[in-house]
Design a protein around this ligand. Structure first.
Ligand code: AP5
Ligand code: MG
Length: 224
């Protein structure tokens, strides 16, 4: 399975990507996580890209294309993968298609998780992440906020780009630079859209409906 997840910041790409990876046993590759790891490493590359992320702007295409390309070349990707947050520009989408075509492969499906921007901003304001295993949490603010991850005990933190100001800029950047990628996959007949404004389990049930059709190619045409 070679799947791309699209959707506004906060739409639930990371949440659904984790669930798909667990169910189908393929890696969930989030370009944002690759970038955060590079920044945390303190490398020269990390220092060069940190300011883009802090402002909610896209990191230059050539850097993200190289990063994702290297990740896709690892052995655990042989049976497929879920890409989350990449491609984010039409240039990245074309580069991905060209890279896959060299091995007679393609992106089989692009799943767009649709959500209202104000709901996305509200979710981002309530998000916490595990610094150790990357688990994603949502806090409603009504009780005392947890400080440790319930699955691994790691320390929870807020992403540096999860301020309201940066989140609003990320929405604009998505509409300007990433929404054209939705059209790119739509034109290629590979786009499927899901209502992401429902509970996580209901969204995942819809994701699975599409993915089952993908596993059985004869039914893909019926999915639209
Ligand atoms: P990235 O890390 O990709 O962030 P993003 O696209 O802005 O998306 P998010 O991670 O904020 O949201 P999500 O859709 O994953 O939602 P989540 O599941 O966490 O990118 C960060 C930055 O890195 C970019 O701004 C850019 O600078 C750079 N970058 C990354 N990729 C790049 C690329 N290809 N090119 C250039 N630059 C790049 O859910 C959000 C919250 O809602 C969580 O708290 C979750 O628990 C909750 N939630 C999820 N689903 C539901 C639901 N159904 N109901 C209620 N709550 C829910
Ligand atoms: Mg994410």
């Amino acid at each position: 399975m070679r799947l791309v997840l699209l959707g506004l910041p906060g739409a639930g790409k990371g949440t659904q990507g984790d669930l798909i990876a667990e169910r189908y046993g393929i890696p969930h590759i989030a370009s944002g996580s690759l970038i955060r790891d590079a920044v945390a490493s303190g490398s020269e590359l990390g220092r060069a890209i940190e300011s883009y992320m802090r402002r909610g702007e896209l990191v230059p295409d050539e850097l993200t294309i190289d990063m994702v390309s290297e990740r896709l070349s690892r052995d655990d990707c042989a049976q497929g993968w879920i890409l989350d947050g990449f491609p984010r520009t039409v240039r990245q989408a074309i580069a991905l298609d060209e890279r896959l075509a060299q091995n007679n492969l393609d992106v089989q499906m692009a799943l767009e998780i649709r959500i209202d921007p104000e709901e996305a901003i509200a979710r981002i304001a309530r998000r916490m992440m595990c610094s150790s295993c990357g688990a994603i949490y949502q806090f409603d603010g009504s009780g005392p906020q947890e400080e440790t991850c319930s699955s691994c005990g790691g320390k929870l933190y807020r992403r540096v780009d999860d301020t309201e100001e940066t989140a609003r800029n990320r929405m604009l950047v998505y509409m300007r630079q990433t929404h054209p990628v939705v059209h790119y996959y739509s034109q290629g007949g590979r786009l499927y859209s899901i209502d992401g404004q429902r509970p996580i389990g209901e969204v995942f049930a819809d994701v699975e409906l599409y993915l089952r059709r993908l596993v059985n190619p004869r039914r893909v045409g019926e999915a639209r």
